[in-house]
Design a protein around this ligand. Structure first.
Ligand code: GDP
Length: 138
């Protein structure tokens, strides 16, 4: 089934100059980019986006990280987009990610792991809507 998902090039990957490499992998893997924007997230935006993780030990570190510099937000579409994008990204911890995945190639550790991807079709719809208005999705 054709699905949408939200991808984020995280601040570590943007700062390291890996935005283009990651967008290249997005296109190489057959995703259509419906919308894309660079944005320096405000604390409230990051906290709202990651609200599900509030209360976890790493929450503050995650918010600090996600607001330390600009990110690139992308709404993507493809057959089976949610699972496929998570496959292209690799495991949360770059040390455990498969060869050739984004997190293996460009991640540093479990926190600074280069990219985000929605983890379910339901969450993908919420996350795309968190950052993009319907009229921005081409
Ligand atoms: P994801 O769906 O693979 O991104 O992983 P999660 O939903 O479990 O976590 C969301 C994000 O929080 C991850 O991508 C990491 O950036 C961060 N994170 C998760 N676990 C840890 C952790 O144990 N320590 C730190 N510092 N950050 C974490």
């Amino acid at each position: 089934m054709v699905q949408r998902t939200l991808a984020i090039v995280k601040p570590d990957a943007v700062a390291a100059g890996n935005t283009g490499n990651i967008i290249g992998l997005i296109e190489k893997n057959g995703f259509r980019i419906l919308a894309m924007r660079m944005q320096h997230l405000k604390r409230a935006e990051a906290e709202g986006f990651y609200a599900v993780h509030k209360g976890k030990g790493f929450f503050e570190e995650l918010i600090e990280f996600m607001t330390e510099g600009p990110v690139v937000l992308l709404a993507l579409e493809r057959e089976d987009a949610v699972a496929k994008w998570r496959e292209v990204m690799g495991a949360t911890d770059p040390a455990k990610a498969a060869e050739g995945t984004i997190r293996k190639l460009y991640g540093t550790n479990i926190g600074r792991n280069a990219s985000h991807g929605s983890d379910s079709v339901e969450n993908a719809a919420t996350e795309v809507a968190w950052f993009f208005r319907g009229s921005e999705l081409s």
